[in-house]
Design a protein around this ligand. Structure first.
Ligand SMILES: Cc1cc2nc3c(=O)[nH]c(=O)nc-3n(C[C@H](O)[C@H](O)[C@H](O)COP(=O)(O)OP(=O)(O)OC[C@H]3O[C@@H](n4cnc5c(N)ncnc54)[C@H](O)[C@@H]3O)c2cc1C
Length: 594
């Protein structure tokens, strides 16, 4: 038996991807990644699928994975190149590339496999419905796989288990009040109540349905007036999404990936009845009784259309396709220009941000100061991020800088590498020498000021004052807590750009309290429900930490319940002459797991 391992390297979105190709008896026996800086949640799913396809075909001449095309295409090309250079030509096995037309008849169809869509789908499935989820990407999860899994557990059995008597201090009303205060009353009360009243039921439901184990979130953020945040042990939403998707499939749900919904159809009476989804090798027509639209936000669309000058850091697949395929439904929208905006952004490509949240937070704890281009401090660096965000927004060029010494930089850099940056990337930023974004410069105070385009005279004055405050343990200008006042040491300094960034959209469609979509006349659209980021208003213009996930859970749970309920009633309407009794009507939003 002949065995050989070829080394290959592809260029991914975040840097090089190194992988080994194992050849046994002229067959591709395996491909294994040895180095990658790609976003794990997407990469693991996309690479896993690519590997299966390559092995099945014994060839790198297979389809790239939808939603991860650049990265998977690069792997396929590099794999083929490595085979060519080694003079190896494994005999390809035939692969069916014909295009099929498939029709499915279901009770509930769900568009989107993020947390909102999956919870809606699981809920409807648990109520005895036949359910299909259609996902345009070749992998599940959308924006929902990219966060730390933090969610609130207000009103749940889970909260009682994890927080004990403290859970008694929390209530739906208290959560509602926190939401309202933190978004400064910009929320739509009906949607916020829906969220607060159902998050506990939703989390208990999905915990039972998918056998999940949550823990108290390590960070209980101060925006919440009581400890109520929980998370996965891995602190990754990738874990919760994949477990829920697996449970959905194991219990009989149908999940189609590479199925982009492109068209909605109505019957001659004008009632929504079916959809068409396109994939590389399949056109799927789905006839349904209820449709749940859970296709995520549209941040990438607004980025591409230059609708905002705030750099974007979300998935490129949040393209708001429904504004096209659901146009004929005349749905009413609100606040389409509301974004969840954070500071701590580095503009790594024009219009594209990567976040330095962890690094910048640690730097401020260690004594770094935040200055503007005029060389003045802009904020008490130790206050919650919203203060820094507002300070950046107040600057004419919407840019501020973190000034730190070598000691702080060492930690800053360590955390950059831990959270999404590569050493080569950071080196490249320094090589820009401050001439373009992202600005990362090093040198003595005069040099960093000159390279970053900061007024040196003012910066020197700011620096000297700060050193005195640190020595005295008192900050008369901004009132920064003494425990965060640390003198900057040595004569080598670093200046790191800080811009705003966004990914989550906060406005969207309007819905009833059953998550049924409303048309321009504010009438509920028959059979049409929605969940998640594309329905606006629950968190107002500015969500608290964990609250967009909480909205996905709660709205998904309510939409799934209502869609299943509607499918029961729909059956009664359509089969009026049939002798069988309708299925029992489930208690709306009861939270029971069947
Ligand atoms: C990096 C990042 C960090 C975040 N951090 C937090 C956090 O810490 N806490 C918090 O509460 N929130 C956070 N959020 C926001 C939160 O993740 C989202 O608001 C939430 O996950 C949205 O869930 P969703 O199910 O509505 O949409 P998504 O998870 O985006 O799912 C929508 C799905 O629909 C699919 N789709 C779109 N169009 C079609 C179509 N035409 N046909 C078929 N499928 C389609 C998409 O591919 C996607 O998979 C974060 C978001 C990002 C990007």
């Amino acid at each position: 038996m002949s065995k050989e391992t070829l080394k290959a390297q592809a260029q991914g979105r975040n840097g090089e991807i190194d992988f080994d190709i194992e050849i046994e008896n002229r067959e591709i026996a395996d491909i294994k990644v040895t180095k990658s800086s790609e976003t794990k949640a997407v990469f693991n799913q996309a690479f896993g699928q690519l590997r299966d396809n390559v092995l099945a075909a014994n060839s790198f001449n297979v389809d790239a994975v939808s939603g991860a095309t650049i990265m998977t295409k690069a792997i396929l090309e590099s794999g083929q190149k490595a085979l060519d250079e080694a003079g190896l030509m494994p005999a390809p096995r035939p692969v069916d590339r014909s295009h099929k037309a498939v029709t499915l008849d279901v009770d509930v169809a769900v568009v989107g496999s993020g947390m909102a869509g999956l919870i809606a789908a699981c809920r409807a499935l648990s109520m005895g419905k036949k359910v299909v989820v259609l996902e345009k990407n070749g992998y599940v999860g959308g924006a929902s796989i990219l966060n730390g899994s933090n969610v609130t557990a207000t009103g749940s059995k889970l909260a009682k288990k994890l927080f004990g008597s403290l859970a008694e201090e929390d209530s739906a009303q208290r959560l509602f009040d926190d939401i309202t205060r933190e978004c400064r009353g910009t929320n739509y009360p009906e949607m916020s109540h829906l969220l607060a009243d159902n998050i506990g039921k939703a989390i208990d439901f999905i915990t039972d349905f998918a056998g999940l184990t949550y823990q108290k979130a390590e960070t209980q953020t101060i925006e919440h007036s009581v400890n109520r945040q929980v998370e996965m042990p891995s602190q990754s939403s990738y874990e919760v999404v994949t477990k829920v998707a697996d449970a959905f499939k194991a219990k009989g749900g149908i999940l189609l990936t590479d199925a982009r919904v492109e068209e909605l159809k109505k019957n001659p009476a004008g009632v929504l009845t079916s959809l068409v989804a396109e994939g590389k090798h399949q056109t799927t027509t789905v006839n349904f009784k209820s449709l749940v639209l859970a296709a995520g936000g549209w941040g990438a669309k607004d980025f591409k259309e230059h609708k905002t000058d705030i750099p974007y850091y979300g998935p490129m697949t949040s393209t708001g396709d429904y504004f096209g395929f659901a146009k004929g439904m005349n749905l009413v929208t609100r606040n389409l220009d509301w974004y969840k905006v954070y500071p701590h952004g580095l503009e790594v490509e024009p219009g594209i941000a990567k976040l330095t949240t962890y690094s910048t937070k640690e730097a401020s704890d260690m004594g770094a100061i935040f200055v503007n281009r005029a060389g003045k401090r802009v904020v008490n660096e130790s206050l919650p991020y919203t203060h820094f965000r507002d300070a950046i927004a107040n600057e004419k060029d919407k840019t501020c800088f973190v000034l730190m010494d070598q000691r702080i930089w060492d930690r800053y850099y360590e955390l950059m590498l831990k959270y999404g940056f590569t050493a080569e990337e950071v080196q490249g930023f320094f090589a820009n020498d401050g001439k373009k974004s992202p600005v990362l410069v090093k040198g003595d105070l005069a040099t960093v000021a000159q390279k970053a385009g900061i007024d040196y005279g003012n910066l020197k004055e700011t620096f000297d004052h700060y050193q005195e405050y640190a020595k005295a343990g008192r900050d008369p200008e901004f009132g920064r807590d003494a425990k965060f006042l640390h003198e900057l040491e040595g004569d080598t300094y670093y200046v790191i750009e800080q811009k705003l960034r966004f990914c989550t959209t906060m406005g969207g469609y309007e819905a009833t309290k059953d998550m049924q979509l409303l048309d321009n006349d504010f009438k509920p659209v028959a059979n049409f429900y929605a969940a998640g980021e594309l329905v606006g208003g629950a968190n107002g213009k500015d969500s608290m930490p964990s609250m967009m996930n909480s909205w996905s859970y709660a709205s998904g749970f309510v939409a799934g319940t209502a869609a299943a309920d509607n499918a029961n009633n729909y059956a009664v309407d359509v089969v009026t002459s049939a002798s069988h009794a309708p299925a029992p009507k489930p208690e709306a939003t009861s939270g029971a797991s069947h």
